[in-house]
Design a protein around this ligand. Sequence first.
Ligand code: CA2
Length: 153
Amino acid sequence: MMKSILILNGPNLNLLGQREPETYGHTTLADVEAMCKSVAAGLGLQAECAQSNLEGELIEILHEAGRRVKEGELIGVVFNPGAYTHTSVALHDAIAGAEVPVVECHISNVHKREQFRHHSFISPVAIGVLAGFGVRGYELAIRALAAHAEDAG
Ligand code: CA2
């Protein structure tokens, strides 16, 4: 059975490519998802993609992902939590509680932006963090997650 990875995007990332191109580029979320599917396929993985603007829905998706990791169907999640990165103890607790492997991924380099973007509630429960490589970061995060799963066996 081909294993899956989940590409999960949080609030406002549905607007990608439509506004603020100087910060987030011209690529749309649909383009990013297609690129993720093709990168994953090259690694023998299936990429599933989800986006939600709702914190509770992201929590439920992470719980389900944790169950599927335990079943051996899913290797983990590439997660761009959007602005919830900087606010959400609930998403932190969901990742820890579901014991789901997460690579945190940001399009922009949050550390060269406003101070309020410098803290992440997600990083302490992530395998690792990628930021500042534009939408190419999703590809790098998929490769990082796949490599981590290989190492973990
Ligand atoms: O750099 C990233 O990927 C962020 O996670 C994006 C979030 C931001 O709040 C984080 O600090 C960093 C914002 C996502 C909103 O994306 C938009 C895209 C196009 C137009 C407007 C917003």
